[in-house]
Every structure is written in structure tokens, then in C-alpha cells.
Design a protein around this ligand. Structure first.
Ligand SMILES: Cc1ncc(COP(=O)(O)O)c(C=O)c1O
Length: 349
């Protein structure tokens, strides 16, 4: 029996509820069945019908010519940058964006592309004036500015479409290509209530992850124009990401698009509920959008809070000073109740 008498803890980990990330989701029973039943072939020969179906489905939904299936979002982003930029070129990205902060500078290490970080605003967007200031003039002393890479959602926040469009205009006027890291694109369009093609329209290429809130065990898809996607497929080979019977993974993505997409709204509803409950506890500053809640406790309480929650079978933590709490399909209402009760019982310092 858990401390709070809610859902039985996972016997192996004593974990009732894991709020660290939506990447922790495990495939649902229906998804596992779909994976087992998927028709397969060798995708490097272009013969895996399930991969082809997933690529066609996402290209159509996002209103682009073609798509390529990748094992990870990191590799999908990198292959896109390599298709847009050559060695010695430069890309502009937000200073809080995953591509800049959390992908081990792969674009520099492997593709010889330098990154210019632009301060991202509170809403995660980049001010057009800052983008303009980061674009270099064509001069042999300088790296060539080739690409603007945006992200949406950013830390759970949806960057408004007008903000995106204003930044993209500046990039286009200077002849730059534009990529979107849309790892959580489906969270963004769920919150905005717009369709995926409208959301993807300003960009040349868009990377979408299936392994986060959608609950697939792996997989990202890069969509873009025919003219670029041959190079993208070649880049995937260079990076070692061309897989064989990968339809077993693509089937999970197709299943998620058909059966899990509509559940993202429940994650957002639960995040809003958690944010409200946390606000009432007074433990710290709280902000929230889509499926993420950020809680900033006083410095002295940070580690104590993480231990207190762990004792109650609730995993949180990993960041400081703000702790990111992520709602996802493996946190149901009863697990959330347990988490809220554990937060409420946190003794003030
Ligand atoms: C915004 C964003 N982009 C890209 C990625 C990379 O995805 P992956 O972990 O599949 O490489 C992540 C992963 O968390 C992410 O949050």
C-alpha cells in the first residue's frame, strides 16, 4: 500500500507517478498489438509498407511533399540542418531551444555548422529584431547565415503563430531557410485548435516526435519539400539512422496518430489542474501551459521537495531552480491525485 492509499506503486520502482518527462510513456496495449501485427519489409530498400504509410500520413497532415522516418528527434533535427547548411555555414536558434542546448552540439561536431544563439523571450519566441541582428552580411570574414531554426512548443509554451510568422519573414528576406523543431507539435496544435498543415506552413522542414506525449517507444518524422528530402534520406544514412524492419516502430506512430492524439487534451487539462493545486499550496512560483508545469520552490526547499515526493512514490526533478512537471498518458487522474496530495503534505521549511 502506498503512503496515500492510491494506485498501487510499480513494484519494481515504488513509483506511482513519474512527472519527469513525457518521454517516459510506455506503449499502450493497443499500440503493442499494432506493432506486432505490422506488415514489415526492409526500409533501406524502401520496402517497409508501414514506414511508407507513416511517412505519407505525416507529410499529408503537415501539408508537405514528403517525409522521412528517424529513430530520434535529435537525428531528425541534425539531418534537417545538414540538408539546409554546408560546412562553415551558420544557423540561428533560440538560446533555450533543444537543438542549441540539448543535442550535444551535433550540428557543429558532425556537420561543421556553427550556431548563433538568440535570446528567447518569455513565450519561447524570438523577436524579429534579434533574428535580424544575428544574420551576418555576405563577407568572406564571416560564416554564411543559412538557416533559422525555431521550436514550438518551447518548455511547454505555445509560441503564437503571428510571432513565428514575423520571425520567418525576416529570415526569408535575408534568403535563409527555416526549420521547426516541432517535437511537441501535436501539443501545440491541440492548444491552438488549428490544423497541423496551417501550423507547419511557414517552415521548409518540420521535425515531429512520436515518442513524447503520443506514447510511441521511439521515432520522429521529418517533413519537407521533395527537392530536399532526397538529401535528408542520404543524411539519415550518413548518420547511421537508416533502419531495416522499422515498420515495427512506425506502427506505434500510426497507432498513436489514430488513437492517442485526442488524449493530449487530457494531459493539458491535468497540467492546468496540477498548476492550480500547486498555486494553492504556496510551495513556490508556478507556471504552466500545454502538458508542462514549472514549479520554483525556494532554494533551500528544492532537494527536500524532491526527496519528499520520492518518499510518496512521485518522481520529479532533474532541473533547477524550476522543477519541470510533465503530464502524459501514463499519469491518470488517480496518479495525479496522489501527486497533488503529496505536494500538499510537503512541510514548509
Ligand atoms: C524540443 C525537443 N526537441 C528535440 C528533442 C529530441 O528528441 P529525442 O530525444 O528523440 O532525440 C527533444 C527531446 O526531449 C525535445 O524536447
Amino acid at each position: 500500500m502506498s503512503l496515500y492509499g492510491y494506485a498501487a506503486a510499480d513494484a519494481a520502482t515504488n513509483c506511482i507517478c513519474d512527472l519527469r518527462s513525457d518521454t517516459l510513456t510506455k506503449p499502450s496495449a493497443g499500440m503493442r498489438e499494432a506493432m506486432m501485427a505490422a506488415p514489415l519489409g526492409d526500409d533501406v530498400y524502401g520496402e517497409d509498407p508501414t514506414v511508407t504509410l507513416l511517412e505519407q500520413e505525416l507529410a499529408a497532415r503537415l501539408g508537405k511533399d514528403a517525409a522521412v522516418f528517424f529513430p530520434t528527434g535529435t537525428q531528425s533535427n541534425l539531418a534537417a540542418v545538414m540538408a539546409h547548411c554546408g560546412r562553415g555555414d551558420e544557423m540561428i536558434a533560440g538560446d533555450r531551444y533543444h537543438l542549441y542546448c540539448d543535442e550535444a552540439a551535433g550540428v557543429s561536431v558532425l556537420a561543421g555548422v556553427s550556431m548563433v544563439p538568440v535570446a528567447s523571450s518569455e513565450d519561447g519566441g524570438l523577436d524579429p529584431s534579434r533574428i535580424a541582428a544575428a544574420i551576418k552580411m555576405d563577407d568572406p570574414h564571416y560564416a554564411r547565415s543559412r538557416l533559422l531554426s525555431l521550436e514550438n512548443t518551447v518548455g511547454g509554451r505555445v509560441v503564437p503563430l503571428e510571432r513565428i510568422e514575423a520571425g520567418v519573414r525576416v529570415a526569408r528576406e535575408a534568403g535563409l531557410a527555416v526549420h521547426l523543431d516541432g517535437a511537441r507539435l501535436f501539443n501545440a496544435i491541440t492548444a491552438l485548435g488549428c490544423d497541423a498543415a496551417t501550423f507547419a506552413a511557414p517552415f521548409d522542414t518540420v521535425s515531429v516526435c512520436l515518442s513524447k506525449g503520443l506514447g510511441a517507444p521511439a521515432g520522429s518524422v521529418l517533413v519537407g519539400p521533395d527537392a530536399l528530402m532526397g538529401q535528408v534520406r542520404r543524411n539519415r544514412k550518413i548518420l547511421g539512422g537508416a533502419m531495416r524492419q522499422s515498420g515495427i516502430l512506425a506502427a506505434a506512430g500510426l497507432y498513436a496518430l489514430e488513437h492517442h492524439l485526442q488524449d493530449l487534451a487530457d494531459d493539458h487539462r491535468r497540467a492546468a489542474r496540477l498548476a492550480q493545486a500547486l498555486g494553492e499550496t504556496g510551495i513556490g512560483e508556478v507556471s504552466s501551459q500545454t502538458n508542462m508545469v514549472f514549479l520554483t520552490p525556494p532554494e533551500e526547499a528544492h532537494d527536500r521537495l524532491i526527496s519528499h515526493m520520492a518518499q510518496a512514490g512521485i518522481k520529479i526533478g532533474g532541473q533547477s531552480p524550476a522543477i519541470r512537471l510533465v503530464l502524459h498518458r501514463d499519469v491518470d487522474d488517480s496518479a495525479l491525485d496522489a501527486a497533488i496530495d503529496a505536494f500538499r503534505s510537503f512541510p514548509p521549511g
